[in-house]
Design a protein. Sequence first.
Length: 298
Amino acid sequence: MISWYQSRARLALTTLVFLLLSACAAPPPIPQNLKVETDDLEMAADWAIRMAKDHDRENVLVVFDIDNTLLAMEQDLGSDQWYYWQKDLAASDPCNPMVVGDRFAVQGAVFYASAMRATQPNAAEQVRRVQDAGIPTIALTSRGTDYRLQTFRELRRQDISFWPTAIPPQRGWPEDFVPAGGERPARYEDGVFLTAGQHKGEMLQALLDKAGVPWPALVIIVDDKAHNLADMMETFTGSGTWVHAWRYTREDAVVEAFDPEEAAAQWNELEAALRTQERVLGPDNFELPPPEDRDCGR
């Protein structure tokens, strides 16, 4: 893994090359596809502002992931790492007592009950710096449409809003839709594209085409997962749109420290309270699967 210092050095070298090019030509060419790692959103924001200055802001689109990039869960339960643990556990041993059954429903309930924290204290400030520079900026998340209300609540709590600089229609579309090339309903609302775990490169392409806007000359994507960045590059390679992929690493240590035993204990402690709330107040905000909704030969 590239260290923070190596990331700084790589970016410094790239910037130096740019400065040299700037002395010879105006404007300098857009660097072709780039891969960079950083644990500081400020570096990605600085780069986006620099690219917009050199190549006109209308030619740049900045795309932020949400989970473990802008926001992170306060505890293991319901986190991105919890989801992937549950997914792998259910595939390998569906009768394991730690499998929650419908992980999507459980995660939705935990999203409803839990707050989220910013991945770094100035995360919202860095998003606003990009937006204040007049650069089109959106969020593209693997979350599904069932989580839209919880997602906007936590973005709002952290003072992050994407609609002022979103690609049109800025307020999105009023209904879910299956994007071109997709298999599941997605939703674009207030500059946040909830893609339900589908290929992020294909989803961005589908969004741009549905919106009827020209593809940007440069997409700058900030995401904690390397496969999402690779998907974005795969989609746009050869299209005339370059991708500068920033893998955000600040949450890596938290992901690596994930404790499945602790997460299971947290769910065991919380489940009864959530089921009581659902029974008394109704399933409007979340709907948990029935207890023991698994056929394990018992």
